[in-house]
Write a protein that binds this ligand. Structure first.
Ligand code: SF4
Ligand code: MG
Length: 283
C-alpha cells in the first residue's frame, strides 16, 4: 500500500501519451482494467513495472505512468522473470498478445509457468497478429479465412492457453474478457496478490481484423464454478469449455522460484538465480 494520504485514481496511473490503438480496440479496456487494479491496491507507481514484447497490445507500458519496458518480440517473460527475481519487492506485470506470447515467445510461456517466479502475465488474446495487418496467430480458429496468407484458414487446431498453462505448472490460471473491465480489474488484483506466477488470458477483440469478435459480448459468460486447486478438476473444466467462460479457473500456490534458501555452496538466492537465468537464456 502507498504512503500517499490522497488515494490515487485509476486515471492517475495512465501516462499523457494518447494510445494509437484503433478506435474500438478492446486493448483500451485492458489498460483501464490494469489501472483500476493499481488504484484498488493503491500501489506506488515507482514500485510497479509493466513489461512487454512487440505487437499492438505490447504498446501498453507507454500508456501507463509506471515503470515499463517495451522489449523484443516474444521476450517479455524472460525480462519480467529477471526483474522479478532481482527486485522481488516490485509488482511486475508482463503484457502482450497471442502471437507474441504463444508463438514467438511460446517457449518462454511454458517455462514461466513451470518456474513459478512471482509476477503476473496478461496475454491479450485477439486470435490475430494485429500490428502486422491481420495474419493468423496461434489462437486463430482453424477456419479463420480473413488473411490472404491463409485463404482457407490456418487449418490447425488453435493453441489452448489455459490448458498449456495448467500442463506447464502455472499455479494461477484465469480467463478475462475486455467487455467487462471491472471483473478483469478484480482478477488482476487477485493475480497480483497470488504468491507466484499468475496467468490471465484476456479475450480482447480486434475490431479491425476480426470484427466478428464483437459477438463475444453475447457469448462470454462467467464460469459457473469457483476456482479449483485440483489440477484434474481444472483440466476437466478447461477441456469441457468452449473457451468463452471467464473467471479464475485454477488457484494452487506452491513455492516460488528462486526458493528462499541459500544453496549448497552458500551463494545467495539472487546470485544463483541470475547465474541460472544467464545460462538458460545464453546472456
Ligand atoms: Fe487493436 Fe486490432 Fe487495431 Fe491492433 S489492429 S490496435 S489489435 S483493433
Ligand atoms: Mg493478437
Amino acid at each position: 500500500m502507498t504512503a500517499n494520504t490522497i488515494p490515487l485514481k485509476a486515471k492517475e496511473y495512465k501516462s499523457d501519451i494518447k494510445p494509437i490503438w484503433c478506435p474500438g480496440c478492446d486493448h483500451y479496456s485492458v489498460l483501464n482494467a490494469i489501472t483500476k487494479a493499481m488504484s484498488a491496491l493503491q500501489l506506488e507507481k515507482r514500485n510497479v513495472a509493466i513489461i512487454s514484447g512487440i505487437g499492438c497490445s505490447s504498446r501498453l507500458p507507454a500508456y501507463t505512468d509506471m515503470y515499463g519496458f517495451h522489449g523484443v518480440h516474444g521476450r517479455a517473460l524472460p525480462v519480467a522473470t529477471g526483474l522479478a527475481v532481482a527486485r522481488p519487492e516490485l509488482t511486475v506485470i508482463a503484457v502482450g498478445g497471442d502471437g507474441d506470447g504463444f508463438s514467438i515467445g511460446g517457449n518462454h510461456f511454458l517455462h514461466a509457468c513451470r518456474r513459478n517466479v512471482n509476477f503476473v502475465y496478461i496475454a491479450m488474446d485477439n486470435e490475430v497478429y494485429g500490428m502486422t495487418k491481420g495474419q493468423a496467430s496461434p489462437t486463430s480458429p482453424a477456419d479463420w479465412d480473413h488473411s490472404k496468407l491463409a485463404p482457407h484458414g490456418p487449418q490447425i487446431k488453435p493453441f489452448q492457453p489455459a490448458a498449456i498453462a495448467l500442463a506447464s505448472g502455472a499455479g494461477f490460471i484465469a480467463r478475462a474478457y475486455s467487455g467487462n473491465p471491472n471483473a478483469m480489474a478484480k482478477m488482476i488484483v487477485e493475480a497480483i496478490e497470488f504468491p507466484g506466477f499468475a496467468f490471465i488470458q484476456a479475450l480482447s477483440h480486434c475490431i479491425t481484423f476480426c470484427p466478428e469478435q464483437s459477438q463475444w459480448k453475447d457469448i462470454v459468460r462467467p464460469f459457473d464454478q469457483e476456482p479449483t486447486g485440483d489440477p484434474v478438476v481444472a483440466a476437466q473444466r478447461i477441456h469441457g469449455d468452449d473457451g468463452f467462460s471467464a473467471g479464475v479457473i485454477y488457484r494452487n500456490p506452491r513455492p516460488c522460484w528462486p526458493v528462499e534458501v541459500l544453496d549448497a555452496s552458500g551463494r545467495d538466492r539472487i546470485g544463483s538465480a541470475v547465474e541460472t537465468l544467464s545460462m538458460e537464456f545464453q546472456l
